[in-house]
Structures are given as structure tokens and as C-alpha cells.
Design a protein around this ligand. Structure first.
Ligand SMILES: Nc1nc2c(c(=O)[nH]1)N[C@H]1C(S)=C(S)[C@@H](COP(=O)(O)OP(=O)(O)OC[C@H]3O[C@@H](n4cnc5c(=O)[nH]c(N)nc54)[C@H](O)[C@@H]3O)O[C@H]1N2
Ligand SMILES: Nc1nc2c(c(=O)[nH]1)N[C@H]1C(S)=C(S)[C@@H](COP(=O)(O)OP(=O)(O)OC[C@H]3O[C@@H](n4cnc5c(=O)[nH]c(N)nc54)[C@H](O)[C@@H]3O)O[C@H]1N2
Ligand code: SF4
Ligand SMILES: [Mo]
Length: 890
């Protein structure tokens, strides 16, 4: 609320995950931003996770792209828009509409998505617009369409409160949807049961009633086994099936093709028989079951089958459309849903209309364009293949970083490098993808842009602006509309503002709508003021102020006969098999405090301290025979490429399996990128890549020296070829962890490079015999650079040195700089466990040693876990570990 001189509170929506939390934000001078959870928002009721809570640290203008650029030249919008329009128009004129493409993202707003799709499918006349949701939701979308007749998410978050059993399938909610997970934890306190199906013992699995650490990609076998067991027990709902479901008999017959005994299923899935039957018992006993499924299901060569197997179990038991009972495909990005609604995917048109001739005709009528694409375009992976072989000659990438996030990223880079015309709209100035752009277009970022997003439970919320547009940055929808106008399509693209785009979009959902559940009639008449004041609402929104929490409560689906469809699915091997050369299965995914390619979370040092550098998780039994040790740099090798990352030995990993985070890029750790390694094996129906399984092997990297460089320079140093580096953001300096396999010539080159541009002579300490070199540059009272290298020993903790960058150096600190430790006791906080309250592992270990035996007790002693709670599973894990192996306080 605005009050005498105070800044106004603006209610907006978090730009990260699909939970879609409401944020109360107060912006101050100089882009200072205070955020808190919006208590009135139904998705989070006031909570935020570590990423949401750190939003204030990510809205600075450092590193932003603030003017359009052609090559390396800053230009005005007129010139940039004209060039993009001309090159697209020329390419289309010469090679046809299918020679161009848009690759867009679930991080666009619904209005942006609508406009991009309208331009490509309606006015350019090609289906070639696809989205990074292809990498994320495509398998769930295809499963929904087959089972329900349209891409419809039946349930809502309330169902998680009502459920007696929650099953997580390939979903590490504790880290990826933390606020929702906290809500589930509250329900658990009253006795809700939890089953986690994930090859890794994640923080979500920690403390679950049952964790099924299944063999990679064996989900279909497991869910089929469950359904067969339910049938055997007579636990299916015959009345519900008779009234509302087709296909049960065909599914039952397909199940009979294999041995469905629990023992056979358990053996094939690599889980203990007792655990499997305990899961079957729980499922049979709890009609109020929610089955969440996420990337462990979708990102698979059988992603659609995995989804269908889950939907089958729910349809056969009638566990859908009832409070506390539904299959629940949870969305990743803030507006993955908005993209699915507006037709961001190459195989849908808009408003849940596909390419059936009557749909094409209807959309064409609505848009008033005879050119509307009549057939689907290329899906993401095929699109980049077409760029590679020259069929697509101009591509416009918006709000996504495919040079990092697509599988077989080396080939993607090759394709972009060859493409005659690449346009990239982004908010930041440097990403791995922008390196390939002929034209860079500056987009408004979160906090500046204005529009709507839809979260996992179909809830539409407003993102509202907090700051004026910086530099020349513009809204994505406006950038697209201007290009459309310059291409000669002014009539279809001349909205006054984003509320006008929204009105047109809502009208399309209502247009000749005979039975499409995606219907926003109730939002059609919103004027600007009402749009600005829009409260979160779940579609279908049939009338003003009316939303719909739950679908299918009447047992009617969006199929021609109104009945749901069960579809037989059979287990299949993964896209590529492991063999003697690549005997392990490489799985990839997310960590708690980073968002995707780190263009935003990488700006917040506190978010980089839980897992500061890229790593590979490996079971000790696999590591030991290979000489791979905890923390040591390790090669991860597949048929596609190689990465070098730190090894983390943990029994939370299945033997034979590896896990690497997806987040690191050329900007933070070129050798730590996972997607250079990933085979582009796709689900044949959804086209979604199998990010969760690529045959791999690991080997020790065996560096001859290692070190770290701390510097106030903001440019990344050009280290000698072959030197492995990882940048770790810090408040007062940049931290580079470095290592090499060369001899003294390489080390000398690094030393020279560290000195380049530094002022004055460094303080120096060298012990040639011990292979130690320590240099520190001081300018006036300020530390400007530090280089430590060693060929033998270990390196000292960096935290106290890093802290020195932020303060005037005392003579005492100056004197002890090169000892590798401060004069007083060593303060090494350890990895940051609680990112909100900034509590490190050491303090938590100390609290446990002093008697704290619960997460609450640790919270009382240290504050850890008392804000967003994302670290509470880790606290529980640390207590359990300490009980096994007593830790002594330092
Ligand atoms: N912190 C954070 N949160 C995020 C994001 C982020 O970047 N950072 N991104 C958001 C986005 S876009 C998305 S899509 C979501 C994703 O959210 P999640 O799906 O929860 O995230 P992932 O870590 O990709 O994968 C989930 C789990 O699938 C498991 N898995 C691997 N193979 C299999 C298998 O064969 N079967 C089964 N059952 N499980 C398997 C992995 O071990 C992993 O623990 O997160 C969203 N939230
Ligand atoms: N190995 C592996 N790879 C994966 C996955 C995995 O599990 N394993 N998961 C996949 C999944 S589920 C996803 S969703 C993708 C995500 O992958 P990406 O979409 O490539 O990841 P982001 O880092 O979110 O990229 C968003 C880009 O858009 C910019 N941006 C942010 N907001 C805006 C905006 O409003 N306008 C514009 N124009 N730009 C903006 C950001 O600066 C950033 O450069 O990664 C996929 N890749
Ligand atoms: S759970 Fe965290 S990242 Fe997801 S929307 Fe909420 S605050 Fe944002
Ligand atoms: Mo995603």
C-alpha cells in the first residue's frame, strides 16, 4: 500500500518454477527490491523458497542486454526490427514459410506466447514454432491428450492437502517445487503417506514411507505391475470404469502378456520385493491418492508411456476429479502452461485446438488470415536438425538458452553456427546462445514485464512491473508485434497494450467453443484496470469471478463420447543401452538453488554456496575401483562428449548410475556442461529427449596442480587451453577454482595471466620444493587479487580471504594473507545449507553435536530451515548421518 512517502507494495508472481508463488514486492531507489511471499496468493499463502526469497539480488542491471545489437554494434529498434522483418520476409519469399522458425520458452508470458504463435502459425503460415516445453512437458501433454481428449491437468494444490497418499514419480519436489513440498509436509504431519519413485535417494525421498530406487527407465513396468496387482486384488473401481472409461479390457489384456507377479516386477525394476508390495498395499488402501509426475517420467524415450501408465492406474481406480485424488503432472517453468494453452508447441494450434481441418478453419476465421498453418511444424530437436542441414535458414530464439539446454549441445552449437540468420531475444547480454546471434534483441526482465502466467494447477496470475523499462529493453510481445507490422501484418498485430492481447486471447478460447474446457469467457471483458487488478483464477473461467479448481468431477472428459481412455503401454528399454565401453547410466537434473542456465540465480552469490561448482554423483562402490575420490576432478565420458567435474561419492546414488546437474554453462564452467554428453534419444510420440539416461563411464582426471584465483576483474581470464576452471560468484570478487594437468610451464602461464593488468608487485610466497605458490595483490588498503596454487597439498578455505575483499585490509590481515589462514581461528562455514538464513554446514554440525536432534531444534539453535524450509530434508539427513558417525564440533 502506498503511504506517506513509502514505496508501494506490488503483488506479482515469482518468475521461477511452476508452483507460481505470489510475491509481494516493494521496489526502492536504484532498483533495490524487498520481496516477501504474498499471503493472499492461493499457491503459496505467504511462503517463498530460497530462489524466490533471493529475487532482490537478481534485479540489478549488471550484465543486462539494454540495446538491440546487430553483430557487435548497438543499434536502434527501428533498424533492428527492419532487419529482422526483411531477412525473415526474404527467406520466406525465396524458400517458403517452412524455411523459418521460432524457438520459444515457458518463461515467456501468455501474451508473448500468443503473439509469437499468431505470427508464425497465422501469418507466416508455418507450424515451425516450438518451445523448450518440448524438453519438459511434451510427454505429459501427449499422455493427457490421449487419455482425456485434451491437455488437461485434472487436479489442484488443494488435492495435496486432502490426499492420504502422495506418490512422487521422478519428481524431486523438495528442491524443484519447494513451496509445494512444504505444503505437503504439513499434510504429512497429520499422517499422509509418501512414496518416492526415483533412482536417487533425493531430499524428497529422505523420510518417505517408501522409496523405490528403481532401475533407470523402468517406470512403465512398475506402474503396470501396480495396475495388475490392483486388478488381482479387486481394487479397481468397476462402476467408475463402466460409467466413464474406455479401454480397460485392452489394457488388462496387454498386462497379461507379461509376468505381472510382484516378484517379477520387483526384479525387473531392481527394487526390493517387500518395498514394492508395501507400495501396492498403500496404493490399494488409499483412495485419496495424488500421483505427482515430473521430469523423471517425461524426459524419457518412453515418456508418454510412463505418463499413460500413471493415468491408467488412476482411471482404473476412479481416482480423478475427486478431492485428494488425481494424477498430477507438475509443470516446471512459470508459464509452461500458458505456452501449452496458446499453442506454443509445434503440434498444437492455439486454445487447445489442433490441426484437424475444422480447427484450422476456425482459428483462421478468428484471426482473419487465410494463411493459417494447416499442419504441425518441427519439434525442437527436429527443428535444430533442420537448421543443421539447411532446411531452416532463419531462426528466432526467445527466452531460452538452447546452446546449453538441448541434448547433444555440441551439435546444436554446430547448427546455430551454420544458420544464415539467428535472432535471439534475451534480457542478459551474454549467454552461450547469444554468441551465435546475428541480431540480439533486449527483452524486459521479470520485475519490468507485465502480463499473465498459468501455474501447475491452471491458475492464471499477473506478473506486474516493479521498475521502469531499463535502456531500450522492450516487452517480448511488443518486439514480435513490431516485426510482424514491419512484415506487413499490421492489422493483426496492433494492440495498444498487453491487456488488449489478453482480451483477444481470451476471446479465442471462447470462440465457437463447443466443449473445449480451456475457456476463459469470464476474463474476456477485462478492461485495463480490471486486468491490472486481476486476482489469481483457475481456468476454466466460465463467468467473471468464477474459476474451476478441479476438472472431471462429473466424470466427463473432453473426448467425443465424453469418456476417458485407458491406453495399453508396454515397457521398453531406454533409448540407448549401456555396454562395456559406457557401462553406467548418466542421469541429469536440478539442484536446489540454481535455475537452469544460471543467467539469473548465478547473480546471487548466496544461491551459489549450497553447490558452488558442477559435480557428478557416484556410488562409492563404482568410484573406488576407478580411483575416483571425494571432491576430485573426474571425467564423465559418453559417446557424445566429455565433462570434467568434481566427484561426490554418495550411497544416495544407485550403483551403476551417475547424476550431473544441468545448470553449468560456458560462463560458469565450460567443462561442467552436461548437455554436451546427452544422447538425443526421443520419445517417438512427444519428441521429448531422454535427459535422464545416457550410457557413460567415469575416470579420474588426475590433475598435476590445482589452485584458486580471486579477483575484482569482471572479465573471465583467458586461461591456458586445458586448464579446468569454475567460476563461483562472490559478493566482493570473482572466485575461480582452477586445475591443470600440465607442468611448470602451464603453471607459469597461469601465474603470468593472473598478474596481467594487476597493479603493483604482489606479496609473494613460493615453496618450489613443496610446489606451493601464493600471490596477493593489494592496491592501497584493498585486496585486488589472490592466486594460490599447489602441486601437492590441499588448499586453505577461501571464505575468509573472500571476506577480505569487502573490507579495508588491516596490517594484521595483510601480514597473514599468505599463510593461508587468518590470525585467529579458521572460519570455514562449509557449504551453505540454509540459503535464506545463511547457515553453513559447520554450524549445523556443531548444533547437532551440542544435542539438536530434530530440524526444529537445529532451527532454534542456528536459524537454519526457519524461513523457506527447503533445507529441512537436508537437516534431517545430517542428523541421521551424525547418529551413524558422531561428528565433533570444530
Ligand atoms: N531449483 C530449481 N527448481 C526448478 C528448476 C530449476 O532449474 N531449479 N526448474 C524448473 C523446471 S523447468 C522443471 S521442468 C522442474 C523439474 O523438476 P523435477 O522433475 O523434480 O527435477 P529433475 O531434477 O529434473 O528430475 C526429477 C528426478 O527424476 C529422477 N529420475 C531420473 N531418471 C528417472 C527414472 O527413470 N524414473 C524415475 N521415476 N525418476 C527418474 C531424477 O533422479 C530426479 O531426482 O523443476 C522446476 N523447478
Ligand atoms: N541435461 C538436461 N538438460 C535439460 C533438462 C534436464 O533435466 N537435463 N531440463 C530441460 C528443461 S525441463 C527445461 S525447462 C530447459 C530449460 O532450459 P532454458 O530455457 O534454456 O534455460 P534458462 O536458463 O531458463 O533460459 C532462459 C533464457 O531466457 C532469458 N530470459 C529470462 N526471462 C526472459 C524474458 O522475459 N524474455 C526473454 N526474451 N528472455 C528471458 C534468460 O536470461 C535465459 O537466457 O532445460 C532442459 N534441459
Ligand atoms: S517455489 Fe520458489 S521458485 Fe517456485 S514459484 Fe515459489 S518461490 Fe518461486
Ligand atoms: Mo522444465
Amino acid at each position: 500500500m502506498a503511504d506517506g512517502g513509502g514505496a508501494a507494495t506490488v503483488r506479482t508472481t515469482c518468475p521461477y518454477c511452476g508452483v507460481g508463488c505470489g510475491v509481494s514486492a516493494v521496489a526502492g531507489e536504484g532498483r533495490v527490491l524487498a520481496v516477501a511471499g504474498d499471503r493472499a496468493h492461493p499457491a503459496n499463502l505467504g511462503r517463498l523458497c530460497s530462489k524466490g526469497a533471493a529475487l532482490g539480488a537478481t534485479v540489478g542491471l549488471e550484465g543486462r542486454l539494454l540495446s538491440p545489437m546487430i553483430g557487435d554494434r548497438e543499434v536502434g529498434w527501428k533498424q533492428a526490427t527492419a532487419l529482422v522483418a526483411r531477412r525473415f520476409a526474404e527467406t520466406i519469399a525465396r524458400h517458403g514459410p517452412d524455411s523459418v522458425a521460432f524457438y520459444v520458452s515457458g518463461q515467456l508470458l501468455t501474451e508473448d506466447y500468443y503473439v509469437a504463435n499468431k505470427l508464425m502459425k497465422g501469418f507466416i503460415g508455418s507450424g515451425n514454432i516450438d518451445t523448450n516445453s518440448r524438453l519438459c512437458m511434451a510427454s505429459a501433454v501427449a499422455a493427457h491428450k490421449q487419455a482425456f481428449g485434451a491437455d488437461l491437468v485434472p487436479g489442484c494444490y488443494d488435492d495435496l492437502d486432502h490426499a492420504d497418499l502422495v506418490v512422487f514419480s521422478g519428481h524431486n519436489a523438495a528442491w524443484t517445487h519447494p513451496v509445494l513440498f512444504r505444503r505437503i509436509e504439513a499434510a504429512r504431519a497429520r499422517g499422509q503417506k509418501r512414496v518416492v519413485i526415483d533412482p536417487r535417494r533425493t531430499d524428497t525421498a529422505e523420510g518417505a514411507d517408501i522409496h523405490l530406487a528403481l532401475a533407470p527407465q523402468s517406470d512403465v513396468r512398475l506402474w503396470n505391475g501396480l495396475l495388475a496387482d490392483l486388478i488381482r486384488r479387486g481394487a479397481v473401481d468397476r462402476d467408475y470404469i463402466a460409467a466413464h472409461v474406455n479401454g480397460f479390457d485392452a489394457v488388462e489384456a496387454a498386462l497379461a502378456e507379461a509376468d505381472q507377479s510382484p516378484a517379477a516386477v520387483a526384479a525387473d525394476c531392481g527394487v526390493a520385493l517387500a518395498d514394492l508390495t508395501a507400495f501396492f498395499d498403500l496404493f490399494a488402501a488409499n483412495p485419496r491418492t495424488v500421483s505427482l509426475f515430473s521430469m523423471g517420467a517425461n524426459q524419457s524415450a518412453q515418456g508418454v508411456a510412463k505418463g499413460l501408465a500413471i493415468l491408467n492406474a488412476h482411471l482404473a481406480t476412479g481416482r480423478i476429479g475427486k478431492p485428494g485424488a488425481c494424477p498430477f503432472s507438475i509443470t516446471g517453468q512459470p508459464n509452461a502452461m500458458g505456452g501449452r494453452e496458446t499453442g506454443g508447441m509445434a503440434n498444437t494450434l492455439a486454445g487447445h485446438m489442433d490441426f484437424a481441418p475444422e480447427d484450422v478453419a476456425r482459428v483462421a476465421r478468428f484471426w482473419g488470415t487465410p494463411k493459417t498453418a494447416a499442419r504441425p511444424g518441427l519439434k525442437a530437436i527436429d527443428m535444430f536438425e533442420a537448421i543443421h542441414d539447411g532446411r531452416i535458414k532463419a531462426v528466432w530464439i526467445m527466452a531460452t538458452n538452447p546452446a546449453v539446454s538441448l541434448p547433444d549441445a555440441g551439435r546444436v552449437r554446430g547448427a546455430l553456427g551454420k544458420c544464415p540468420f539467428v535472432v535471439v531475444s534475451d534480457c542478459v547480454a551474454e549467454t552461450d546462445t547469444l554468441k551465435y546471434a546475428h541480431v540480439k534483441l533486449p527483452a524486459l526482465a521479470w520485475g519490468e514485464k507485465s502480463g499473465t502466467v498459468t501455474n501447475s494447477e491452471r491458475r492464471i496470475s499477473r506478473q506486474r512491473p516493479l521498475f521502469p523499462a531499463p535502456g531500450q529493453a522492450r516487452a517480448d510481445w511488443r518486439i514480435i508485434a513490431d516485426v510482424a507490422t514491419a512484415m506487413g501484418f499490421a492489422d493483426g498485430f496492433s494492440w495498444a497494450d498487453e491487456s488488449a492481447v489478453f482480451r483477444e486471447w481470451t476471446r479465442l478460447t471462447a470462440y465457437e467453443n463447443e466443449g473445449r474446457l480451456l475457456n476463459l469467457t469470464g476474463l474476456m471483458g477485462l478492461g485495463r484496470a480490471a486486468y491490472d487488478a486481476l486476482e489469481p483464477v483457475q481456468w476454466p473461467a466460465p463467468a467473471p469471478g468464477v474459476g474451476t479448481p478441479r476438472l472431471f468431477d462429473d466424470g466427463r472428459f473432453q473426448t467425443p463420447d465424453g469418456r476417458a481412455r485407458m491406453v495399453p503401454v508396454r515397457p521398453a528399454p531406454p533409448g540407448s543401452a549401456t555396454d562395456a565401453v559406457y557401462p553406467m547410466s548418466l542421469n541429469t537434473g536440478r539442484i536446489r538453488d540454481q535455475w537452469h542456465t544460471m543467467t539469473r540465480t548465478g547473480l546471487a552469490p548466496d544461491l551459489c554456496r549450497h553447490a558452488p561448482e558442477p559435480f557428478v554423483e557416484i556410488h562409492p562402490e563404482d568410484a573406488e575401483p576407478l580411483g575416483v575420490t571425494e571432491g576430485a576432478l573426474t571425467r564423465v565420458i559418453t559417446a557424445r562428449g566429455e565433462a570434467v567435474v568434481a566427484a561426490r561419492l554418495t550411497d544416495r546414488q544407485r550403483p551403476g548410475s551417475l547424476f550431473m546437474p544441468m545448470h553449468w554453462t560456458d560462463a560458469f564452467a565450460p567443462s561442467g556442461r552436461s548437455n554436451g554428453l546427452i544422447a538425443p534419444n526421443l520419445d517417438p510420440v512427444s519428441g521429448q529427449p531422454e535427459f535422464k539416461h545416457t550410457p557413460a563411464r567415469v575416470r579420474a582426471w588426475r590433475e598435476t596442480w590445482k589452485g584458486f584465483l580471486l579477483t575484482t576483474e569482471t572479465k573471465t581470464p583467458a586461461l591456458p587451453e586445458g586448464v579446468i576452471w569454475r567460476r563461483i560468484p562472490q559478493a566482493g570478487c570473482r572466485q575461480f577454482e582452477i586445475a591443470g594437468r600440465g607442468d611448470e610451464i602451464e603453471r607459469e602461464a597461469v601465474r603470468r595471466l593472473a598478474a596481467t593488468g594487476a597493479q603493483g608487485q604482489p606479496l609473494a610466497y613460493e615453496d618450489v620444493r613443496a610446489g606451493a605458490l601464493r600471490l596477493a595483490w593489494v592496491s592501497g588498503e584493498r585486496l585486488t587479487r589472490v592466486l594460490f596454487m599447489t602441486t601437492a597439498g590441499t588448499l586453505p578455505p577461501r571464505d575468509w580471504l573472500i571476506d577480505l575483499f569487502g573490507q579495508a585490509l588491516s596490517p594484521q590481515a595483510r601480514g597473514t594473507l599468505l599463510f593461508g589462514r587468518p590470525a585467529g581461528p579458521v572460519v570455514d562455514a562449509g557449504p551453505m545449507v540454509c540459503a535464506c538464513l545463511k547457515v553453513g554446514a559447520r554450524a549445523i554440525d556443531a548444533a547437532i553435536a551440542a544435542g539438536a536432534g530434530t530440524a526444529d531444534a537445529i532451527g532454534a539453535a542456528t536459524g537454519a530451515g526457519t524461513n523457506c524450509g527447503s533445507c529441512r530434508p537436508e537437516l534431517a539427513r545430517m542428523i541421521a548421518a551424525a547418529a551413524k558417525e558422531p561428528v565433533h564440533a570444530v
